[in-house]
Design a protein around this ligand. Structure first.
Ligand code: IDP
Ligand code: MG
Length: 156
């Protein structure tokens, strides 16, 4: 079992449609742990770094415009095989092809406005997290209240 971290964005369509809580819940319910999360207004520079691999493609300009148009949540999630697990939860790129039960399959009909971004590899996740977070913003989980959750003790 490989404990991994992956980088995820709830895109502007997700936030504007007030689906951020629902989508985050899918990741939490699966058992993934939040290591960092914040609401940002993406800059042109961040969008250019994030989507460099797609430069030159027909949808690139529209993609950058969309991602910088309104706030999105950026986050780092941790869990067993987090990269592939999250990609499976997110589903195929185009909402019209994505399987029911996946986030894109359940909530969208678009190829571009597809609610979520999720990194496609562990190394890529590190690079992408570095575009949006300073290292000290990634909180190392301490399990400090694990005994409380497991034993249902009263916090005091
Ligand atoms: P992924 O997000 O499933 O990894 P990529 O192929 O890496 O998909 O594309 C990155 C993003 O670019 C997609 O999530 C989507 O927002 C946008 N995109 C990809 N293909 C298209 C397209 O054919 N039309 C419009 N937007 C697209
Ligand atoms: Mg991709």
């Amino acid at each position: 079992m490989a404990l991994e971290r992956t980088f995820v964005m709830l895109k502007p369509d997700c936030v504007e449609r007030r689906l951020a809580g629902k989508v985050l819940a899918r990741f939490e319910e699966k058992g993934l742990r939040l290591v960092a999360m914040k609401l940002i207004q993406m800059t042109q520079k961040q969008a250019a770094e994030q989507y460099r691999e797609h430069e030159g493609k027909g949808f690139y300009a529209g993609l950058v415009k969309f991602m910088t148009s309104a706030p999105c949540f950026v986050m780092v999630l941790e869990g067993a095989s987090a990269v592939s697990v999250v990609r499976k939860l997110v589903g195929a790129t185009n909402g019209r092809n994505a399987e029911p039960g996946t986030i894109r399959g359940d909530f969208g009909l678009s190829a571009g406005l597809n609610l979520v971004h999720a990194s496609d590899g562990v190394e890529r996740a590190k690079v992408e997290a570095g575009i949006f977070f300073r290292p000290e913003e990634l909180v190392t989980p301490q399990n400090a209240i694990g005994h409380w959750i497991e034993n249902s003790e009263d916090a005091s």
